[in-house]
Design a protein around this ligand. Structure first.
Ligand SMILES: Nc1ncnc2c1ncn2[C@@H]1O[C@H](COP(=O)(O)OP(=O)(O)O)[C@@H](O)[C@H]1O
Ligand SMILES: [Mg+2]
Length: 314
């Protein structure tokens, strides 16, 4: 138990929290996770190596998906190098740690950066989140339920590599987007992540590849092919290829300006690629498949808390 967390926990649970707590404690009554999923509502963005463009992909995909009418929340879950705030040129004051200590409600931590896009700074609180005991999990689930009501899609920008918390994020999300570049180091490391994830989940993971910073579509495809054929040969599974984003010097400029690429007036080379990727993701989301509001089901944060950070599937 993290001593920082306990003082904030209320002595008595309200009704909703009690129900959630019972759900957590009585695991027999919980339907297996993947059985409940009918569409994509959370995407964890992963990579083997750092600096491959995960955060820029997360930010621009969030904007492109918001343009399609989805309410998107972007969880900055890179525990070491969180920088989504910088990419948007904003300085949120609070993070999930404040929610955990009972100092803020989640609604005060969610930072709006556009009509349909919000960012949630994870902060160190996110590391603790995966290590809560069951009672504290229930309490947090109650506080985090706001997110479930407010967003159509949660995009999680995770740390590079496959540390324990990355594995938890990946396994809690509906799907994983594995980002690589054409560099041999990035290719090898992304295969490493793929292998670890595949083995940890015994193959029960939804994952696809995105090749960033490619000189053109042909190069991106060849890079994807290398990872696909390695996964086929050594893991016996064919990882799907979602698509690519080409090298675009405007992305670098946008980082310097602290204004995401997709908010630029003038379109640059990467624009249509982000839109095409967003379209594919949109089509796999519930909103893309039907105009009805999605049925309530396990959310990313709920699953993350249920896992207790041990990387085991419930
Ligand atoms: N498609 C691209 N073309 C050119 N530069 C890119 C592209 N994608 C990302 N970058 C640059 O690469 C660097 C790392 O990107 P970032 O999103 O921070 O990576 P990560 O989150 O994986 O560490 C940044 O300087 C960014 O401007
Ligand atoms: Mg990053």
């Amino acid at each position: 138990m993290n001593p920082v967390i306990m003082p904030a926990m209320p002595a008595k649970y309200d009704d909703q929290a009690t129900v959630l707590r019972e759900l957590v404690l009585d695991k027999k009554d919980v339907t297996p996770l993947r059985d409940k999923i009918t569409g994509v509502r959370s995407i964890a963005i992963l990579s083997g190596k750092g600096g491959v463009g995960k955060s820029n992909v997360a930010v621009n995909l969030a904007l492109a998906l918001a343009d399609k009418g989805l309410d998107v929340a972007l969880l900055d879950a890179d525990l070491g190098l969180a920088n989504i705030d910088i990419l948007f040129g904003v300085t949120p004051k609070f993070n999930l740690g404040h929610v955990m200590r009972g100092e803020k409600e989640l609604s005060e931590v969610v930072f709006k950066v556009g009509e349909r896009v919000s960012i949630i700074p994870g902060g160190v609180g996110l590391r603790d989140l995966a290590e809560l005991d069951e009672e504290s999990q229930s309490w947090m689930i109650n506080r985090l339920s706001f997110l479930e009501e407010e967003t159509d899609l949660l995009i999680i920008d995770a740390s590079a590599g496959i540390h324990k918390n990355v594995l938890s994020f990946a396994m809690s999300a509906d799907t994983v987007l594995l980002v690589t570049t054409p560099e041999p180091t990035a290719i090898r490391d992304s295969y490493g992540v793929l292998k670890s994830l595949y083995q940890a989940t015994k193959g029960a993971i939804s994952i696809s590849l995105l090749v960033n910073m490619a000189s053109d579509e042909k190069e991106a495809f060849m890079v994807a092919e290398r990872i696909i054929s390695a996964s086929e040969q050594f893991l016996g599974f064919k990882v799907p290829y979602l698509g690519c984003v080409p090298w675009d010097s405007e992305i670098r400029e946008s980082v310097k300006k602290r204004k995401p690429l997709l908010l630029n007036e003038a379109e640059s080379v990467a624009f249509p690629y982000f839109r095409a990727l967003a379209q594919k993701i949109y089509e796999s989301s519930e909103e893309g498949q039907s105009s009805k509001k999605p049925v309530k089901r396990d959310t990313f944060l709920w699953r993350l808390l249920r896992q207790g950070g041990n990387g085991e599937k419930q």
